[in-house]
Every structure is written in C-alpha cells, then in structure tokens.
Design a protein around this ligand. Structure first.
Ligand code: ATP
Length: 317
C-alpha cells in the first residue's frame, strides 16, 4: 500500500490502565501483571523517512509539560530508535530511517509515551521499509524492548498479562454515539517505574469480580460501571512516596469525577467524566492551587483497533 513512499506519518496514542493488578514476582525479576489498557486521544506524532543507513530520532518537545523536553533521550537511547534497530536486525534490511517525534505525552507519566513511540516506530518503519512483518511478529520484537509495547502495537482496548507479552484484544461493542471523556493530570515530575516496583510488596490481589466488571464495562461502553471498577495495585505505594498525587486525586473526586485512578506507575492521574463538558469543568476546578502547577488535558478513550490507535499511515513519495 505504501510501496515506494519516502516517508510516512503515524500517530502514537498514550494509554491509560483502567485496571492494573500485580499478581506476583517472577523468577526473572519481572512482575506478573493483569491489566486493561486503552489508548486515549493524547498523541505523539511520528514521521519516519528513509535514510541511506543511519537510524536516528529528532524530537520536538515544545508541546510537553515544562521541563519534560530535556527528559526525552535524543537518539541512541530513544525507544523509537531502538525499535527500528531491532526491526533491522530481525529482517536484515539495509536502509535506515530518521524518526521525527512531535511529543505531547508527558515523560515518565505512566501513559506509556516512550512505549507508544516504539510501537508506532515498529508499525511505521515496517511499512516504510516494506519489511512485511505481521503485527504478531512486531509484538514479539516490541516485548523485548518494553512491557507495554506489544499492547500498543496491537492498539485498541486490550487485556495485557504476563510481563506484557500476552495481549488479548477486547471486543468493544459500544452503543452508537457512546464516548468516554476524561481529564488527564500530570504534576510535572516523573515517577521512575523501576523504583515503584522495587517498593511494591505483593499482597492481596483485587477480587476477580472487579476485573470482570471492568472488562464488561469496557466491552459495553458502560462508563459508570468502569468508574466503579477502577483498580491500580501500584497506587498506594506511589501515593505514599508522592503525597501530592493523593491530594490531586482527592481534588478530582471533589470536583465530581465519576472515578479517579493513577495511570500505570504514575505520575499521571486520570478522572473519568460524564461527558466532555464535565471533563472541562473539572479542568477549570482543579486549577493550580494543589501545591504546584498541574499539566491537564481533556481527552477521549479510543476503544477501537490498530487503525484507531495509530491512525491511517500517511505516505509521501
Ligand atoms: P514506563 O512505565 O514504560 O516507564 P512511562 O509512561 O512512565 O512509561 P515514558 O514516557 O515512556 O514513561 O518514559 C520512560 C523513560 O523512557 C523516560 O525516562 C525516557 O528516558 C525513556 N524514553 C526513551 N524513549 C523515549 C521516548 N521516545 N519518549 C519518552 N521517553 C522515552
């Protein structure tokens, strides 16, 4: 479809975890997870263009929260670059790629920004180079680079298990016109994921009923049930270390959120709203008197599959 294109554009949506349970620690040091992951309408934009051989990233961080641009690794350590390198190793392709990344997803925010860029790079560069790997193959490569990447390569609402390598799509049959609006809030600082898991002590897992309800709510588009079934096993340990986040969560509840949860390992918090206006009202209400200026965005959940998550690839000859 994109044969001969010199460049392609691709969207990399952020994710939130509506449900995240940590089931135990594995012998390899990673944790076994069970999580419901959905993309949201806050996107990084990638443009991938062919080069003779070099693989590099150029980042524009002008739309990130203040201070975040400096946190995005320039090239060698950028996850999008590592994804393209891994794809080249796996396929023996000879060309290179320059990856322009227009970042909007807060860094170290539990919204999978780096993973989303890596997933979009795998999908976009595979199409640009014509290397022809199937989505399942891209997911296997992605799993080597980060736990959230297979889910984000698949796109849409998924259940993620193991350390992230087992991804089951959730068939969302939402009544026509159903939309889920939410407010994303980031305090401006990053939370290192590895540190959260180091502090985490496996205890009681959440009741199966909570997971079943959350999945059912996602399948049917029932936002009130979803809000009542939100769960994140990491939230307590993150709130203990960063009490400001608990204050933000309480303020969002007081502003009438249907449900409030830490996304992933933080530092972002999301608040489910009844509709767009409600999300905008909450945004006005939480203001900036929580102790530090807060970054906020009104966004929508994107429950559909790959094309909804990544957007159609736009080719340029
Ligand atoms: P995770 O839970 O996977 O750590 P996160 O959403 O909390 O994800 P990210 O925004 O993915 O956080 O950033 C985590 C780290 O990944 C950053 O500290 C940064 O150094 C590194 N990183 C590598 N590539 C990127 C990228 N393209 N965009 C953002 N961060 C990146």
């Amino acid at each position: 479809m994109h044969e001969g294109a010199e460049s392609l554009s691709i969207a990399a949506p952020a994710k939130i975890n509506l449900f995240l349970d940590v089931l135990g620690k594995r012998p390899d040091g990673y944790h076994d997870l069970r999580s419901l992951v959905v993309p949201v309408s806050l996107v990084d934009e990638l443009k991938v263009e062919k080069t003779d051989g070099v693989i590099e990233a150029v980042c524009d961080g002008s739309e990130l929260p203040e201070g975040h641009a400096g946190l995005v690794p320039g090239s060698a350590d950028n996850l999008a670059v590592r994804a393209a390198q891994r794809l080249r190793e796996a396929t023996g392709h000879r060309g290179g790629v320059r990856i322009h990344i227009h970042k909007r997803i807060p860094v170290g925010g539990g919204m999978g920004g780096g993973s989303a860029d890596a997933a979009a790079a795998l999908v976009g560069v595979n199409a640009l180079w014509g290397t022809g790997l199937a989505p399942a193959d891209l997911m296997v490569l992605g799993a080597e680079l980060g736990s959230d990447i297979p889910a984000l390569v698949r796109g849409g609402a998924v259940c993620m298990e193991g350390r992230g390598e087992r991804v089951t799509p959730i068939a969302c049959r939402w009544p026509a016109g159903t939309e889920w609006w939410l407010l994303l809030v980031n305090p401006g600082f990053s939370v290192p994921t590895a540190d959260v898991y180091r502090r985490f002590r496996t205890g009681l897992t959440s009741p199966d009923e909570t997971f079943t309800n959350a999945r059912f709510a996602l399948e049917r588009g029932a936002v009130t049930l979803a809000a009542a079934s939100l769960h994140n096993a990491l939230e307590r340990v993150v709130f203990v270390k960063y009490p400001l986040l608990r204050v933000v969560a309480e303020r969002l509840k007081a502003a009438g959120a249907l449900g409030v949860l830490l996304s992933g390992s933080g530092a972002s918090i999301f608040a489910l709203a009844a509709d767009r206006r409600h999300a905008e009202q909450m945004e006005n209400e939480i203001g900036c008197d929580a102790g530090c200026p807060l970054w906020t965005r009104v966004a929508q959940v994107l429950p559909d599959g790959v094309m909804a998550a990544h957007g159609p690839l736009e080719a340029r000859a």
